[in-house]
Design a protein around this ligand. Structure first.
Ligand code: NDP
Length: 444
Protein backbone atom coordinates (compact mmCIF):
# COMPACT_ATOMS: atom_id res chain seq x y z
CA UNK A 1 0.00 0.00 0.00
CA UNK A 2 1.42 3.37 -1.02
CA UNK A 3 1.89 6.21 1.44
CA UNK A 4 -0.43 8.44 -0.61
CA UNK A 5 -3.20 5.82 -0.26
CA UNK A 6 -2.71 5.54 3.51
CA UNK A 7 -2.58 9.34 3.91
CA UNK A 8 -5.78 9.77 1.91
CA UNK A 9 -7.68 7.12 3.91
CA UNK A 10 -6.48 8.57 7.23
CA UNK A 11 -7.50 12.04 6.12
CA UNK A 12 -10.93 10.75 5.00
CA UNK A 13 -11.43 8.92 8.31
CA UNK A 14 -10.57 12.09 10.24
CA UNK A 15 -12.99 14.17 8.20
CA UNK A 16 -15.81 11.61 8.34
CA UNK A 17 -15.82 10.13 11.85
CA UNK A 18 -18.26 7.31 12.61
CA UNK A 19 -18.91 6.58 8.93
CA UNK A 20 -17.51 3.03 8.54
CA UNK A 21 -19.51 2.08 5.43
CA UNK A 22 -18.45 5.27 3.65
CA UNK A 23 -14.79 4.70 4.54
CA UNK A 24 -15.09 1.06 3.38
CA UNK A 25 -16.48 2.12 -0.01
CA UNK A 26 -13.85 4.83 -0.47
CA UNK A 27 -11.03 2.43 0.47
CA UNK A 28 -12.21 -0.18 -2.06
CA UNK A 29 -12.18 2.40 -4.84
CA UNK A 30 -9.15 4.59 -4.22
CA UNK A 31 -6.92 1.57 -3.69
CA UNK A 32 -7.28 0.96 -7.46
CA UNK A 33 -7.47 4.58 -8.56
CA UNK A 34 -4.32 6.02 -7.00
CA UNK A 35 -1.81 3.74 -8.79
CA UNK A 36 -3.71 4.11 -12.06
CA UNK A 37 -3.84 7.90 -11.80
CA UNK A 38 -0.22 8.27 -10.75
CA UNK A 39 0.88 6.23 -13.74
CA UNK A 40 -1.48 7.45 -16.48
CA UNK A 41 -2.80 10.88 -15.44
CA UNK A 42 -0.46 12.64 -12.98
CA UNK A 43 -2.18 15.99 -13.66
CA UNK A 44 -5.37 14.63 -12.12
CA UNK A 45 -3.47 14.29 -8.85
CA UNK A 46 -2.55 17.99 -8.93
CA UNK A 47 -6.23 18.81 -9.51
CA UNK A 48 -7.12 16.67 -6.47
CA UNK A 49 -9.76 14.80 -8.48
CA UNK A 50 -9.94 11.92 -5.98
CA UNK A 51 -10.08 14.21 -2.93
CA UNK A 52 -12.92 16.10 -4.63
CA UNK A 53 -14.80 12.98 -5.71
CA UNK A 54 -15.06 11.75 -2.12
CA UNK A 55 -16.50 15.05 -0.88
CA UNK A 56 -20.27 15.23 -1.59
CA UNK A 57 -21.31 18.30 -3.57
CA UNK A 58 -24.26 18.72 -1.21
CA UNK A 59 -25.68 16.90 1.83
CA UNK A 60 -29.29 17.63 2.73
CA UNK A 61 -30.79 16.43 6.03
CA UNK A 62 -34.31 17.26 7.13
CA UNK A 63 -37.06 16.49 9.62
CA UNK A 64 -40.03 14.39 8.46
CA UNK A 65 -43.05 14.70 10.75
CA UNK A 66 -46.18 12.64 10.15
CA UNK A 67 -49.26 11.30 11.93
CA UNK A 68 -49.72 7.57 12.44
CA UNK A 69 -53.11 5.81 12.36
CA UNK A 70 -53.57 6.43 16.10
CA UNK A 71 -53.07 10.16 15.51
CA UNK A 72 -49.70 10.06 17.27
CA UNK A 73 -46.97 12.35 16.00
CA UNK A 74 -44.00 10.49 14.49
CA UNK A 75 -40.64 12.01 13.58
CA UNK A 76 -38.06 10.60 11.18
CA UNK A 77 -34.96 11.97 9.51
CA UNK A 78 -34.77 12.39 5.74
CA UNK A 79 -31.64 12.76 3.62
CA UNK A 80 -30.46 13.42 0.10
CA UNK A 81 -26.75 13.14 -0.71
CA UNK A 82 -25.97 14.88 -4.01
CA UNK A 83 -22.55 13.37 -4.53
CA UNK A 84 -21.33 14.31 -8.01
CA UNK A 85 -22.92 16.00 -11.01
CA UNK A 86 -19.95 16.02 -13.41
CA UNK A 87 -21.66 13.69 -15.91
CA UNK A 88 -25.29 14.75 -15.60
CA UNK A 89 -28.12 15.44 -13.14
CA UNK A 90 -27.93 13.63 -9.82
CA UNK A 91 -29.47 10.16 -9.95
CA UNK A 92 -29.84 7.44 -7.33
CA UNK A 93 -32.42 5.69 -5.21
CA UNK A 94 -34.23 6.43 -1.97
CA UNK A 95 -34.01 3.87 0.85
CA UNK A 96 -36.54 3.62 3.67
CA UNK A 97 -35.11 1.38 6.39
CA UNK A 98 -34.44 1.83 10.12
CA UNK A 99 -30.68 1.35 9.58
CA UNK A 100 -30.42 4.35 7.24
CA UNK A 101 -27.85 6.92 8.38
CA UNK A 102 -25.38 9.35 6.85
CA UNK A 103 -22.61 6.78 6.49
CA UNK A 104 -24.77 4.29 4.60
CA UNK A 105 -26.22 6.90 2.27
CA UNK A 106 -22.81 8.44 1.56
CA UNK A 107 -21.37 5.04 0.65
CA UNK A 108 -24.34 4.35 -1.62
CA UNK A 109 -24.08 7.79 -3.25
CA UNK A 110 -20.34 7.36 -3.76
CA UNK A 111 -20.80 3.95 -5.42
CA UNK A 112 -23.60 5.39 -7.53
CA UNK A 113 -21.23 7.90 -9.17
CA UNK A 114 -19.07 5.08 -10.62
CA UNK A 115 -22.04 2.86 -11.44
CA UNK A 116 -23.87 5.58 -13.34
CA UNK A 117 -20.72 6.42 -15.26
CA UNK A 118 -20.32 2.75 -16.26
CA UNK A 119 -23.80 2.67 -17.83
CA UNK A 120 -22.68 5.20 -20.47
CA UNK A 121 -25.83 7.27 -19.77
CA UNK A 122 -25.11 10.90 -18.76
CA UNK A 123 -26.04 10.76 -15.07
CA UNK A 124 -24.48 12.12 -11.90
CA UNK A 125 -24.62 10.20 -8.62
CA UNK A 126 -26.83 10.61 -5.54
CA UNK A 127 -28.67 8.64 -2.87
CA UNK A 128 -31.25 9.45 -0.23
CA UNK A 129 -33.82 8.05 2.11
CA UNK A 130 -34.95 7.91 5.69
CA UNK A 131 -34.73 5.85 8.86
CA UNK A 132 -38.50 5.29 8.48
CA UNK A 133 -39.44 1.60 8.69
CA UNK A 134 -42.24 0.73 6.24
CA UNK A 135 -42.65 -2.77 7.76
CA UNK A 136 -45.98 -3.12 9.57
CA UNK A 137 -47.20 0.33 8.48
CA UNK A 138 -50.62 0.77 6.90
CA UNK A 139 -51.00 2.06 3.37
CA UNK A 140 -52.27 5.39 4.70
CA UNK A 141 -49.27 5.73 7.04
CA UNK A 142 -46.91 5.08 4.13
CA UNK A 143 -48.74 7.71 2.10
CA UNK A 144 -48.62 10.32 4.86
CA UNK A 145 -44.92 9.65 5.42
CA UNK A 146 -44.11 9.92 1.68
CA UNK A 147 -46.07 13.18 1.38
CA UNK A 148 -44.28 14.71 4.35
CA UNK A 149 -40.90 13.51 3.03
CA UNK A 150 -41.61 15.14 -0.33
CA UNK A 151 -42.77 18.39 1.30
CA UNK A 152 -39.09 19.10 1.94
CA UNK A 153 -37.35 17.06 -0.79
CA UNK A 154 -39.24 18.72 -3.66
CA UNK A 155 -37.22 21.94 -3.45
CA UNK A 156 -33.93 20.06 -4.01
CA UNK A 157 -34.92 17.83 -6.95
CA UNK A 158 -36.26 18.18 -10.50
CA UNK A 159 -36.22 16.46 -13.89
CA UNK A 160 -33.05 18.38 -14.83
CA UNK A 161 -31.51 18.57 -11.33
CA UNK A 162 -31.89 15.35 -9.38
CA UNK A 163 -34.08 12.35 -10.23
CA UNK A 164 -34.53 9.89 -7.33
CA UNK A 165 -35.69 6.28 -7.73
CA UNK A 166 -36.47 3.34 -5.40
CA UNK A 167 -34.22 1.14 -3.28
CA UNK A 168 -34.83 -1.00 -0.18
CA UNK A 169 -38.29 -0.20 1.18
CA UNK A 170 -39.18 2.05 -1.76
CA UNK A 171 -41.07 0.38 -4.57
CA UNK A 172 -43.78 1.41 -7.01
CA UNK A 173 -46.28 2.24 -4.23
CA UNK A 174 -43.91 4.66 -2.48
CA UNK A 175 -42.75 6.19 -5.78
CA UNK A 176 -46.44 6.77 -6.58
CA UNK A 177 -47.10 8.68 -3.35
CA UNK A 178 -43.86 10.66 -3.69
CA UNK A 179 -44.62 11.52 -7.32
CA UNK A 180 -48.20 12.54 -6.53
CA UNK A 181 -47.05 14.97 -3.85
CA UNK A 182 -44.30 16.43 -6.08
CA UNK A 183 -46.83 16.96 -8.88
CA UNK A 184 -49.21 18.69 -6.47
CA UNK A 185 -46.52 20.99 -5.05
CA UNK A 186 -44.99 21.95 -8.40
CA UNK A 187 -48.08 21.67 -10.61
CA UNK A 188 -45.93 19.79 -13.11
CA UNK A 189 -46.10 16.25 -14.51
CA UNK A 190 -42.42 15.65 -15.22
CA UNK A 191 -40.03 12.72 -15.07
CA UNK A 192 -38.75 13.75 -11.63
CA UNK A 193 -38.75 10.19 -10.27
CA UNK A 194 -38.10 6.86 -11.96
CA UNK A 195 -39.66 3.53 -11.09
CA UNK A 196 -43.12 4.94 -11.84
CA UNK A 197 -46.04 2.68 -12.72
CA UNK A 198 -46.18 1.66 -16.37
CA UNK A 199 -49.48 3.52 -16.96
CA UNK A 200 -48.20 6.88 -15.67
CA UNK A 201 -44.74 7.47 -17.08
CA UNK A 202 -42.88 4.35 -15.98
CA UNK A 203 -40.76 2.15 -18.23
CA UNK A 204 -41.37 -1.47 -19.04
CA UNK A 205 -38.70 -3.73 -17.50
CA UNK A 206 -37.77 -1.23 -14.76
CA UNK A 207 -38.98 -3.57 -11.97
CA UNK A 208 -37.04 -6.46 -13.54
CA UNK A 209 -33.99 -4.43 -14.60
CA UNK A 210 -31.56 -4.90 -11.71
CA UNK A 211 -32.11 -8.65 -11.41
CA UNK A 212 -32.20 -9.26 -15.17
CA UNK A 213 -29.16 -7.01 -15.71
CA UNK A 214 -27.26 -8.95 -13.05
CA UNK A 215 -27.82 -12.19 -14.94
CA UNK A 216 -26.91 -10.61 -18.29
CA UNK A 217 -23.63 -9.59 -16.67
CA UNK A 218 -23.04 -13.07 -15.22
CA UNK A 219 -23.82 -14.53 -18.64
CA UNK A 220 -21.05 -12.33 -20.14
CA UNK A 221 -18.64 -13.53 -17.42
CA UNK A 222 -19.35 -17.17 -18.26
CA UNK A 223 -19.20 -16.58 -22.02
CA UNK A 224 -15.76 -15.03 -21.60
CA UNK A 225 -14.75 -18.35 -19.99
CA UNK A 226 -16.41 -20.31 -22.82
CA UNK A 227 -18.94 -21.63 -20.32
CA UNK A 228 -22.71 -21.40 -20.07
CA UNK A 229 -25.17 -21.00 -17.19
CA UNK A 230 -27.08 -24.17 -18.08
CA UNK A 231 -27.18 -26.50 -15.08
CA UNK A 232 -25.24 -24.17 -12.78
CA UNK A 233 -26.40 -24.10 -9.15
CA UNK A 234 -27.16 -20.60 -7.89
CA UNK A 235 -27.62 -19.37 -4.32
CA UNK A 236 -29.39 -16.03 -3.89
CA UNK A 237 -29.79 -13.92 -0.76
CA UNK A 238 -32.71 -11.56 -0.25
CA UNK A 239 -36.30 -12.09 -1.29
CA UNK A 240 -37.08 -8.60 -2.57
CA UNK A 241 -37.09 -6.93 -5.95
CA UNK A 242 -33.52 -7.70 -7.02
CA UNK A 243 -33.49 -11.28 -5.69
CA UNK A 244 -36.82 -12.21 -7.28
CA UNK A 245 -36.00 -11.04 -10.82
CA UNK A 246 -32.43 -12.35 -10.62
CA UNK A 247 -33.92 -15.77 -9.87
CA UNK A 248 -36.48 -15.48 -12.66
CA UNK A 249 -33.79 -14.70 -15.26
CA UNK A 250 -31.36 -17.31 -13.90
CA UNK A 251 -34.06 -19.97 -14.31
CA UNK A 252 -34.84 -18.73 -17.84
CA UNK A 253 -31.15 -19.08 -18.70
CA UNK A 254 -31.10 -22.71 -17.54
CA UNK A 255 -29.55 -22.37 -14.08
CA UNK A 256 -30.90 -23.97 -10.91
CA UNK A 257 -31.71 -21.50 -8.12
CA UNK A 258 -31.78 -23.13 -4.68
CA UNK A 259 -32.08 -20.35 -2.06
CA UNK A 260 -33.76 -17.10 -1.07
CA UNK A 261 -33.38 -15.36 2.28
CA UNK A 262 -34.53 -12.44 4.37
CA UNK A 263 -33.81 -11.12 7.84
CA UNK A 264 -35.59 -14.14 9.38
CA UNK A 265 -33.50 -16.86 7.68
CA UNK A 266 -32.85 -18.85 4.51
CA UNK A 267 -35.20 -20.93 2.38
CA UNK A 268 -33.40 -23.83 0.67
CA UNK A 269 -35.09 -25.86 -2.05
CA UNK A 270 -32.69 -28.61 -3.24
CA UNK A 271 -34.97 -29.36 -6.23
CA UNK A 272 -34.60 -25.78 -7.47
CA UNK A 273 -37.20 -23.05 -7.83
CA UNK A 274 -39.46 -23.05 -10.91
CA UNK A 275 -41.58 -20.16 -12.25
CA UNK A 276 -44.62 -21.70 -10.48
CA UNK A 277 -42.72 -21.95 -7.20
CA UNK A 278 -41.52 -18.34 -7.59
CA UNK A 279 -45.09 -17.23 -8.08
CA UNK A 280 -46.18 -19.04 -4.92
CA UNK A 281 -43.28 -17.49 -2.99
CA UNK A 282 -44.33 -14.02 -4.15
CA UNK A 283 -47.74 -14.52 -2.52
CA UNK A 284 -46.18 -15.25 0.89
CA UNK A 285 -44.75 -11.79 1.61
CA UNK A 286 -41.94 -12.09 4.16
CA UNK A 287 -43.09 -15.53 5.40
CA UNK A 288 -40.46 -17.69 3.66
CA UNK A 289 -41.26 -20.55 6.05
CA UNK A 290 -44.78 -20.71 4.56
CA UNK A 291 -43.27 -22.16 1.35
CA UNK A 292 -42.67 -25.49 3.07
CA UNK A 293 -46.41 -26.09 3.52
CA UNK A 294 -46.61 -26.65 -0.25
CA UNK A 295 -43.11 -27.88 -1.16
CA UNK A 296 -42.12 -30.28 1.59
CA UNK A 297 -38.65 -31.08 0.19
CA UNK A 298 -37.60 -27.52 0.99
CA UNK A 299 -36.09 -26.45 4.30
CA UNK A 300 -36.26 -23.17 6.20
CA UNK A 301 -33.11 -22.37 8.19
CA UNK A 302 -33.92 -19.72 10.75
CA UNK A 303 -31.33 -16.95 11.24
CA UNK A 304 -28.93 -18.49 8.72
CA UNK A 305 -27.45 -17.15 5.48
CA UNK A 306 -27.44 -18.89 2.08
CA UNK A 307 -23.64 -19.08 1.86
CA UNK A 308 -23.33 -22.47 3.56
CA UNK A 309 -25.09 -24.25 0.67
CA UNK A 310 -23.17 -25.75 -2.25
CA UNK A 311 -23.32 -23.65 -5.40
CA UNK A 312 -21.45 -22.65 -8.56
CA UNK A 313 -22.65 -19.05 -8.47
CA UNK A 314 -23.53 -16.89 -5.46
CA UNK A 315 -25.66 -13.77 -5.93
CA UNK A 316 -25.89 -11.61 -2.80
CA UNK A 317 -29.03 -9.51 -3.37
CA UNK A 318 -30.07 -8.34 0.12
CA UNK A 319 -27.93 -5.66 1.75
CA UNK A 320 -24.44 -4.33 2.53
CA UNK A 321 -21.86 -6.46 4.35
CA UNK A 322 -24.04 -9.57 4.35
CA UNK A 323 -21.20 -11.80 3.08
CA UNK A 324 -18.15 -11.86 5.33
CA UNK A 325 -14.75 -13.55 5.35
CA UNK A 326 -16.08 -16.83 6.80
CA UNK A 327 -18.92 -16.90 4.26
CA UNK A 328 -16.43 -16.29 1.44
CA UNK A 329 -14.28 -19.19 2.61
CA UNK A 330 -17.36 -21.41 2.88
CA UNK A 331 -18.35 -20.60 -0.68
CA UNK A 332 -14.89 -21.42 -2.01
CA UNK A 333 -14.64 -24.65 0.01
CA UNK A 334 -17.99 -25.68 -1.49
CA UNK A 335 -16.80 -25.13 -5.08
CA UNK A 336 -18.28 -21.72 -5.89
CA UNK A 337 -16.60 -20.18 -8.95
CA UNK A 338 -18.43 -16.88 -9.32
CA UNK A 339 -19.84 -14.24 -6.98
CA UNK A 340 -21.81 -11.37 -8.53
CA UNK A 341 -23.35 -8.65 -6.39
CA UNK A 342 -26.98 -7.72 -6.93
CA UNK A 343 -26.95 -5.68 -3.73
CA UNK A 344 -24.66 -2.71 -3.06
CA UNK A 345 -21.42 -3.65 -1.27
CA UNK A 346 -22.79 -6.95 0.16
CA UNK A 347 -19.28 -8.42 0.40
CA UNK A 348 -16.92 -7.17 3.09
CA UNK A 349 -13.42 -6.07 2.12
CA UNK A 350 -11.99 -9.26 3.70
CA UNK A 351 -14.40 -11.42 1.68
CA UNK A 352 -13.33 -9.73 -1.55
CA UNK A 353 -9.67 -10.29 -0.70
CA UNK A 354 -10.43 -14.02 -0.36
CA UNK A 355 -12.21 -14.10 -3.74
CA UNK A 356 -9.29 -12.39 -5.43
CA UNK A 357 -6.70 -14.57 -3.69
CA UNK A 358 -8.59 -17.71 -4.73
CA UNK A 359 -8.95 -16.33 -8.29
CA UNK A 360 -12.67 -16.93 -8.39
CA UNK A 361 -14.67 -14.47 -10.44
CA UNK A 362 -16.07 -11.58 -8.42
CA UNK A 363 -18.33 -8.90 -9.96
CA UNK A 364 -18.90 -5.83 -7.74
CA UNK A 365 -22.35 -4.28 -7.47
CA UNK A 366 -21.35 -1.05 -9.19
CA UNK A 367 -20.94 -3.08 -12.40
CA UNK A 368 -23.24 -6.07 -11.95
CA UNK A 369 -26.31 -4.31 -10.55
CA UNK A 370 -26.13 -1.25 -12.81
CA UNK A 371 -29.10 -2.51 -14.86
CA UNK A 372 -31.56 -0.81 -12.51
CA UNK A 373 -30.19 2.67 -12.94
CA UNK A 374 -29.60 2.00 -16.64
CA UNK A 375 -33.30 1.37 -17.22
CA UNK A 376 -34.09 4.35 -14.99
CA UNK A 377 -31.98 6.34 -17.46
CA UNK A 378 -34.07 4.86 -20.29
CA UNK A 379 -37.23 5.82 -18.38
CA UNK A 380 -35.94 9.41 -18.27
CA UNK A 381 -35.33 9.36 -22.05
CA UNK A 382 -38.88 8.09 -22.65
CA UNK A 383 -40.31 10.81 -20.38
CA UNK A 384 -38.37 13.53 -22.23
CA UNK A 385 -39.71 12.50 -25.62
CA UNK A 386 -43.18 11.58 -24.37
CA UNK A 387 -43.00 7.94 -25.50
CA UNK A 388 -43.19 4.49 -24.03
CA UNK A 389 -40.95 1.85 -25.57
CA UNK A 390 -41.92 -1.83 -25.85
CA UNK A 391 -40.65 -4.32 -23.25
CA UNK A 392 -38.46 -5.98 -25.92
CA UNK A 393 -36.82 -2.70 -26.89
CA UNK A 394 -35.99 -1.83 -23.28
CA UNK A 395 -34.79 -5.36 -22.50
CA UNK A 396 -32.51 -5.37 -25.57
CA UNK A 397 -31.02 -2.02 -24.61
CA UNK A 398 -30.48 -3.27 -21.06
CA UNK A 399 -28.64 -6.30 -22.41
CA UNK A 400 -26.37 -4.13 -24.59
CA UNK A 401 -25.60 -1.80 -21.65
CA UNK A 402 -24.63 -4.76 -19.44
CA UNK A 403 -22.44 -6.19 -22.23
CA UNK A 404 -20.71 -2.84 -22.57
CA UNK A 405 -20.10 -2.61 -18.81
CA UNK A 406 -18.60 -6.09 -18.97
CA UNK A 407 -16.29 -5.01 -21.81
CA UNK A 408 -15.18 -1.97 -19.78
CA UNK A 409 -14.36 -4.23 -16.83
CA UNK A 410 -12.28 -6.48 -19.10
CA UNK A 411 -10.48 -3.48 -20.59
CA UNK A 412 -9.29 -2.11 -17.25
CA UNK A 413 -9.34 -5.23 -15.08
CA UNK A 414 -7.72 -8.01 -17.11
CA UNK A 415 -4.40 -9.09 -15.61
CA UNK A 416 -1.43 -10.49 -17.54
CA UNK A 417 -2.23 -14.03 -16.27
CA UNK A 418 -5.70 -13.78 -17.83
CA UNK A 419 -7.60 -13.39 -14.54
CA UNK A 420 -10.11 -10.54 -14.59
CA UNK A 421 -10.20 -8.27 -11.55
CA UNK A 422 -13.73 -6.94 -12.14
CA UNK A 423 -13.53 -4.62 -9.14
CA UNK A 424 -10.46 -2.87 -10.48
CA UNK A 425 -11.96 -2.77 -13.99
CA UNK A 426 -15.21 -1.21 -12.73
CA UNK A 427 -13.43 1.29 -10.47
CA UNK A 428 -11.09 2.56 -13.18
CA UNK A 429 -13.64 2.30 -16.01
CA UNK A 430 -16.22 4.25 -13.97
CA UNK A 431 -13.70 6.83 -12.79
CA UNK A 432 -12.16 7.96 -16.09
CA UNK A 433 -15.22 9.72 -17.53
CA UNK A 434 -16.01 11.44 -14.24
CA UNK A 435 -12.41 12.64 -13.91
CA UNK A 436 -12.29 13.96 -17.48
CA UNK A 437 -15.57 15.84 -16.94
CA UNK A 438 -14.41 17.27 -13.59
CA UNK A 439 -11.18 18.49 -15.16
CA UNK A 440 -13.07 20.09 -18.07
CA UNK A 441 -15.57 21.83 -15.78
CA UNK A 442 -12.93 23.50 -13.62
CA UNK A 443 -12.87 23.92 -9.87
CA UNK A 444 -16.58 23.80 -9.05
P1 NDP B 1 -36.14 -4.91 -1.28
O1 NDP B 1 -36.58 -4.03 -0.17
O2 NDP B 1 -37.11 -5.21 -2.37
O3 NDP B 1 -35.62 -6.32 -0.71
C1 NDP B 1 -34.57 -6.41 0.20
C2 NDP B 1 -34.48 -7.86 0.64
O4 NDP B 1 -33.26 -8.02 1.37
C3 NDP B 1 -35.62 -8.29 1.55
O5 NDP B 1 -35.91 -9.64 1.32
C4 NDP B 1 -35.00 -8.11 2.94
O6 NDP B 1 -35.56 -8.94 3.94
C5 NDP B 1 -33.58 -8.54 2.67
N1 NDP B 1 -32.71 -7.95 3.68
C6 NDP B 1 -32.53 -6.64 3.96
N2 NDP B 1 -31.68 -6.49 4.98
C7 NDP B 1 -31.33 -7.75 5.35
C8 NDP B 1 -30.46 -8.29 6.34
N3 NDP B 1 -29.78 -7.47 7.17
N4 NDP B 1 -30.32 -9.64 6.42
C9 NDP B 1 -30.99 -10.45 5.59
N5 NDP B 1 -31.84 -10.02 4.64
C10 NDP B 1 -31.99 -8.68 4.52
O7 NDP B 1 -34.82 -4.22 -1.85
P2 NDP B 1 -34.14 -4.41 -3.27
O8 NDP B 1 -34.29 -5.82 -3.73
O9 NDP B 1 -34.60 -3.30 -4.15
O10 NDP B 1 -32.61 -4.10 -2.94
C11 NDP B 1 -31.72 -5.10 -2.49
C12 NDP B 1 -30.30 -4.61 -2.65
O11 NDP B 1 -30.06 -4.29 -4.03
C13 NDP B 1 -29.91 -3.35 -1.88
O12 NDP B 1 -28.55 -3.42 -1.52
C14 NDP B 1 -30.09 -2.25 -2.92
O13 NDP B 1 -29.33 -1.10 -2.61
C15 NDP B 1 -29.57 -2.96 -4.15
N6 NDP B 1 -30.00 -2.41 -5.42
C16 NDP B 1 -31.33 -2.29 -5.73
C17 NDP B 1 -31.70 -1.79 -6.94
C18 NDP B 1 -33.13 -1.74 -7.38
O14 NDP B 1 -33.37 -1.44 -8.55
N7 NDP B 1 -34.09 -2.07 -6.54
C19 NDP B 1 -30.71 -1.26 -7.91
C20 NDP B 1 -29.33 -1.53 -7.53
C21 NDP B 1 -29.02 -2.06 -6.32
P3 NDP B 1 -36.55 -8.34 5.07
O15 NDP B 1 -37.83 -8.09 4.36
O16 NDP B 1 -36.62 -9.41 6.11
O17 NDP B 1 -35.90 -7.08 5.57
Amino acid sequence: MSSSFIDLINHTKGKNPNQPEFIQAVTEVVEDLIPYMNEKHPTWSELKIIERIIEPERVISFRVTWLDDNNHVQINRGYRIQMNSALGPYKGGLRFHPTVNLSILKFLAFEQVFKNSLTGIPLGGAKGGSDFDPKGKSDMEIMRFCQSFMNELYRHIGAETDIPAGDIGVGEREIGYLFGQYKRLQNQFTGVLTGKGKFWGGSYIRPEATGYGLLYFVQCMFESLNESLVGKIVTISGAGNVAYYAAEKAIQLGAKVVTFSNSTGTLYDPDGFTPEKLHFLSTLGRDLNGYISKYSNAEFHQDSKPWCFKCDIALPCATENELNEADAQNLIDNGCICVAEGANMPSTREAIQIFHKSKIYFAPGKAANAGGVAVSGLEMSQNWIGQQWSPDKVDNRLKVIMENIHKTCLKYGKESCGYVNYLKGANIGGFIKVAVAMKAQGLV
